[in-house]
Design a binder for this molecule. Structure first.
Ligand SMILES: [Mg+2]
Length: 163
């Protein structure tokens, strides 16, 4: 069994991280694209800065990983993968710097397509549209209400329902 985890707002405090980027790069939030796949080159152009600066700020990502990601150990009998949407190189760098890599077997970054990749049997995501787009069962994550061990409990329950 293979479980796909979204990264932003599931494993990572994305909104706090963006606030941090705003501190590092004033105007970051105001110019952040409201739709589509995030493109750091385009964003840097809009900000009138070198894209290097956005990349450098990614190095601080470790501080924004949810501490309870280590509770994913409760799912050690499963294959765990990250399925994230965004710019290939930006997302990979962010995920690598966050320190999340060691908990997962593989990382998939998608752009146009749905998140049903890498033969996952379930997707855990905070975004309802992402869950609706995939054929596999989904667990909707709400980090304002639950911690990782509650999420892993719900994943187990969902998988048991499927059997
Ligand atoms: Mg998300």
């Amino acid at each position: 069994m293979r479980i796909g985890f979204d990264f932003d707002r599931v494993l990572f405090r994305t909104d706090e991280f963006k606030e941090h980027l705003e501190e590092e790069i004033p105007g970051f939030l105001e110019t952040y694209p409201s739709e589509g796949v995030y493109d750091p080159q385009e964003h840097a152009e809009k900000l009138g800065i070198d894209p290097e600066r956005i990349e450098q700020a990614l190095e601080d990502a470790e501080r924004f990983l949810y501490e309870d990601v280590q509770d994913l150990e409760e799912l050690e009998s499963f294959d765990l993968v990250i399925v994230s949407r965004g710019d290939e190189s930006f997302q990979r760098k962010k995920i690598e710097s966050s320190g999340a890599r060691k908990y997962f077997d593989e990382i998939f970054i998608v752009q146009e397509r749905d998140k049903d990749v890498g033969e996952i049997d379930l997707l855990a995501d905070d975004n309802t549209e992402e869950l609706e787009r995939v054929e596999v069962p989904g667990v909707k994550v709400d980090r304002s209400r639950e911690d990782m061990s509650e999420i892993t409990d719900r994943i187990r329950e969902k998988l048991e329902e499927q059997e």
